[in-house]
Design a protein around this ligand. Structure first.
Ligand SMILES: [Zn+2]
Length: 108
């Protein structure tokens, strides 16, 4: 049986719900440096890209705003994710849905 790429991807998306972090965590209100954020995100995503889900070394990741700042997204860690350079360039200043759809297209 064949599972579509998006279906396979869905449980991961649900598990890594940036908005869940906003309600569950109370210790992350203090502003953190980008590097600290990056470490927290790296652990939360288990070293996997928030787009293509591939595993990368820490230094290969770029911090991305799930909801772009231009669309009202904040710098809060709940709105941040790590993307590999490839995915970050696809997503650019667009919402996460765009990246997911584009990756699904590419995967066929
Ligand atoms: Zn990626």
């Amino acid at each position: 049986m064949q599972v579509s790429w998006l279906e396979a991807y869905k449980p991961i998306l649900i598990r890594w719900d940036p908005t869940a972090g906003l309600t569950q965590r109370t210790d992350i209100d203090a502003p953190k440096s980008n590097r600290q954020n990056k470490h927290v995100l790296y652990g939360g995503q288990e070293g996997r890209c928030g787009g293509c889900r591939s595993h990368f070394e820490f230094r290969r990741f770029e911090v991305d705003h799930v909801i772009p700042r231009s669309r009202g997204g904040t710098d809060h860690i709940g709105n941040l994710q790590l993307l590999c350079g490839h995915c970050n360039r696809i997503k650019g200043d667009r919402p996460q849905e765009y990246l997911v759809a584009r990756l699904a297209e590419i995967a066929g």
